[in-house]
Structure formats: structure tokens, C-alpha cells
Design a protein around this ligand. Sequence first.
Ligand SMILES: NC(=O)c1ccc[n+]([C@@H]2O[C@H](COP(=O)([O-])OP(=O)(O)OC[C@H]3O[C@@H](n4cnc5c(N)ncnc54)[C@H](OP(=O)(O)O)[C@@H]3O)[C@@H](O)[C@H]2O)c1
Length: 503
Amino acid sequence: MNILQNQEIRLNFTDKLPSINIDELLSAEALSWTVVFPVACIIFWICMLVSCVSNVHPRRDDRLIWVIILVTTNILGAVLYFFLQRPKVLSFSALQNKGTPPPDTANSPRPPPPSSDARDWEGLEEKASAPPHENFVSPVPTSAVSSTSASFPSFMSSTNSSTTASAAAIDPALVPQRTLASGAKMPAIGMGTFGSDHVSAQEVAAAVLAAAEVGYRHFDCAAVYGNEHEIGPIFKTITAPGSGVRREDLWITSKLWNDKHAEADVIPSAEKSLRDLGLDYLDLYLVHWPFPNFHPPGCDVSSRSAAAKPYIHENFMRTWRQLEKLQRAGKVRHIGVSNVTVPKLKLILRDAEIKPAVNEMELHPHFQQPELFEFVRANGIVPVGYCPLGSPGRPDRDRTPEDTDPLTDPVITRIAIAHKTHPAAICLKWAVQRGQAPIPFSSKRRNILANLQAVSSDPLTEDEMAKIAKIDRRCRFIKGQVFLWGNHNDWRVLWDESGVISQ
Ligand SMILES: NC(=O)c1ccc[n+]([C@@H]2O[C@H](COP(=O)([O-])OP(=O)(O)OC[C@H]3O[C@@H](n4cnc5c(N)ncnc54)[C@H](OP(=O)(O)O)[C@@H]3O)[C@@H](O)[C@H]2O)c1
């Protein structure tokens, strides 16, 4: 299983990294200590034993003495090997479990469970004295990583997911949180649910169940992902009586799609998402894009709608008023925006009666959006970061030749080697420590779990955070070409790069 995990780590990664191959580096050394050395010893001693008891020493007494010497030295060798190499072998097996601490809490150097305050990583990067990771007081004590489902509800022990079974889970109470302007707490990592056109609605729903099993409580849904009707029954299973998980333990987001911006369409659209998701209320409802521009699912990037319009603030505010009504009616607890820019957000903040609680925006080490990020936070809005891993599985239509890849960035991979983990884990640690809430998607249970573990232990040092701050490539993956209007061909106009709202 460990070897399989390492092969998974190699995905999109080591092929492009001839100089730094973490898997080979680690597995070769682990293999030599755990397998090659003991096997070589055993073969050597068996040969000696056979030669002694056969015809090499014809005198019976001599043979007996040789057998005693060999057996004694063999036992001594085994004892010596065990005491000298045991720590190394153990540390490699822990590594191959991708960061899961060994279950031996009694001997663990980690501290006892922290108070509930200690789990809040918000602004961790602001703590000037952030210690190096070796000394960090982990917000997740060893005991929080469950090797069985004993402390979790019965459905949590299910292994019927399509993903590879792994019994480990993180106690959701120990996952870092974000505090919204309302005072509500939202888990600082969520599970994305966009299947990128190649993961089916049923597979996404299975991944949501796997995510709940391993400890996620935050789910980022949207009507346009076309899978809310499949995810709804999963939420029902997760919160079924006796499961131990209540509706209020979950943070569920959905989004209004672009073709439903008309005043009369907003509330029915939210109600449809509620019906599909099987919920009485949403924790967060976002306007997915600030444009009412519709395009058919899966269309080519060159596709344009004749009815496409630029951002028209008055129209947007008409849509926003309906979201405010939804919040006042208790159908949604918070409302927010996505894919807006600083100039648009300034107008929205000026005119909104209920201010956006969240801005969902593309955020990863190669696209840090520092100006928007700082503006959002300065206005008490929580930045939620989509494509936190650089969306390696995004559809072809969202790829261009100039795109970069944060998972193979040498700075990220070097830090990953230092932390003995995957570059994906480094992107997520960076995101949470910087102050955003990443929402990675994965269809694989081991990645789903590894992503949650990544943000719950072994944070980056200040120096590592500073190094990642310097690798921003300003490389936007979700460019939104299909939302262009009129004769515009350059997607940059969607993002107001000139500092004013493009018309
Ligand atoms: N508001 C918006 O406009 C907007 C736009 C885009 C996305 N989103 C939201 O953001 C979510 C995340 O974006 P995304 O799915 O495009 O990008 P992402 O989370 O950056 O990347 C997902 C990809 O990374 C892989 N992956 C996940 N964990 C991994 C790990 N530990 N190691 C190696 N590979 C790993 C997954 O493959 P496997 O399945 O093989 O693990 C998947 O292909 C979406 O699902 C959606 O909810 C919102």
C-alpha cells in the first residue's frame, strides 16, 4: 500500500523533476534499511550454518561449537540491528503513511490536546515568532488522528467508497477555522465539488462522503457543477440520526449560476439548490460570477454569447438584493461574491445593505492576487481560495501554453522534501497559514485525507512562507474567456487589470 501511495505522489510531479525525486530518494533508503539489509544478513547466516553442519567440519564437537557461535552472534546481531535502526524504520513507515503520526501517544513528543483557541490558525503568519516546524505546538495532537473509526459515527467506518480505503481520520474539532464578520466559524479548508468534466456526479458524491468520513465539514457546491442532486442524499447520510454529525456541524456553500441573475430567478434558483442538496438552509450562497453571461456546459473557449454583457453595477445590485432577501428569510446564513475585482468590490461594498461575507477567488502559490487578497481581508471579508493546487485536473479548455504549475515549482518541491510530504500539502499549508480558506477537490480518498492532514499539522516556517510569497507568477488558470462580451478577445478585460471596470 505504501508503494502505491508513493506512486500516487509521483502524479504530475516527479516526471518533471529529474533533479529532486522525493519518492525514489525516500523509498530507496527505506527499502535498504527495512528489507535489503536484514535479508542479506539472514542469507549470510544460513549459508554459514549449512556449511558448518555439513561436511566442512568432520569432527562432531567442532560442528556443535560452530553452531553455538553462529546462533549466538546471529541473535546478538538481530538485537543490535533492532536497537540501532528501529527509529529510522519507524520514521519511514510514518512518512509513507503521509504524515499520520504513529499511534503511540504515550511515547510521542507531541503536546497534549490544545484548548479550542489553539486550533484557530487564523493569522498564524502574523505571529512574528512562528517557530520552526520541528518545535511547533501542533494544533492536532497525535490522538486526533484516528487509526480506526472508534470515535466517529457508524457510517464513518464505511469502506464502500469508490476510493481506496484508509482508516485514518482527523477530528473535525481540531481542523483550523476561519471567523466570519458575523462571528460564525467556518472550517479553514473545504472540499471542492467541481468534477472538471471528467469526474462524474456520482463519483463527486462518493468523494464528498469520503471527505466527511475523514473529517471534512466544509463543502463547496454550485448549481452549475450539475451534481447537487447527487450530493444531497450524501448530506442526508452524513447527518442521519445516530450518525453523530448534525446539520449545524456542516458548512455548505452553493452558488447562483450566471443565467439566473434576473431578479425573478434568484430565489427560485437558491430554492432548487436547497431541494437538490436536501437542506433547509445554506451556510453561504455566492453569486458565482459578476456577469450574467451564459455559455453551454463544456463549450470551447472561443465560444461567445451574443447576449453577453460587461459588468453593470445596477444590475448586479438588483441580483444582490435578492440574496439579501434570502439571508433575511433565513434560507441562507451568509451571502458572498466570487470572481470579483477590487473596483467591482468597492462598488458592492458601497451599496450593499448586507456586505459580502466571503469572496471566492483563484488562489495558489503561482496566483496569489496580493492586492485583492489584502483588500478583501481589510474589509472583513474571508477569502476562499479555489484551485488551491493549481487545478492539475482542469479541463483542456482551461489550459493555455503559458500556464505554469505550482506543484512542480522548485521552491514548493524543496519545501515538500524538507517536510517529507507532497507539494500539494505545501500549497495547502501555505494557503491556510496565509489566511485564506482553500477548497481542494479530489476524487481519491488518500488525497482527500492527506489534504486535511496537511493543514492540521506541521505548519510551514516563517522563512518558508516568505519563500513562497516570492514565487507568485501571476498565472491565472480560470480566465473566463467564454464570458467575454462584444468584440473583446482578451480575457484580461474581465479582470479589470487597468484598475477600472472594463466596458
Ligand atoms: N468560484 C469559482 O468560480 C470556482 C472556480 C473553480 C473551482 N472552484 C471550486 O474550487 C474547487 C477546487 O478547484 P479545482 O478542483 O479546479 O482545483 P484543485 O483543487 O487545485 O485541484 C484538483 C485536482 O488536484 C488533484 N489533487 C487533489 N489533492 C491532491 C493531492 N493531495 N495530491 C495530488 N493531487 C491532488 C485532484 O486529482 P485527484 O482527484 O486524482 O486527487 C484534482 O485533479 C472546485 O472543486 C470548486 O468547488 C470554484
